[in-house]
Write a protein that binds this ligand. Sequence first.
Ligand SMILES: [Zn+2]
Length: 260
Amino acid sequence: MKFFTDLIDLLLPESCAGCGGVPILLCDACAVPLRAPARPVRATPDGLPPPWTVAAYEDPLRSILAAYKEHGRTALAVPLGEALARSIRAALAPHLTSPARNTSPAWNEGRGATGEQPPQRAAPRDDRVLRLGHDPPIVVWVPSRRRAVRRRGHDAVQGLVDVAAGRLRADGVPVIGVDALKQRGRVADQAALTATQRTANLQGALEVKPQADVAGRLAVLVDDVVTTGASLGEAARALRAAGADLLGAATVAATPRRRP
Ligand SMILES: [Zn+2]
């Protein structure tokens, strides 16, 4: 399916996914929101690390995401994934500030036979900093409903994670995208629900796949858009229940808060 949509992209000249103007994938003006620095989202549900985001979920970004997710313009995964990479990097930043020190396994084994004293291990400010040296953090995304994946012909958020993880690794930040979560059953469409209803609707909606090994792993949670944070909150619950150590959450865009 992706092959055909890519082929259509290639053969049919299309206009900018943001404004419909110039005949390119994304014009410079519409790409501006995706080039912003990452910022934390204000309000989040209990138990969720403050998510990071890049753009406001309003036009042109709303049109760009719709073109990518619903209208087969999969090449938009690149500019969107690059923005997501910045957001993931911000979530990881507190754990990347100190380089991994004293992580050589030999230092942990002692060298009594040669009379050499093993060096003192510096007390880490946060032992997760040290563990980054051994175990690359996993990037886990909120899964789309199966019906949506079938209709679209691709898993939209997974496509963004692939681009973002590639960008981060190229920049020396080792992360691995892991398809760890699945929908447990039928969940009502969230669009028309209030924040409280969304949380109730999603309670227990996600679970970690049996074959996904997330126990003890450092994890960053990802979604394309954060609205109330209910989906990320439920994903955080499922990941923690399976023993993952959640470092933070990252999205491409956040719904602007409505003024009362
Ligand atoms: Zn444009």
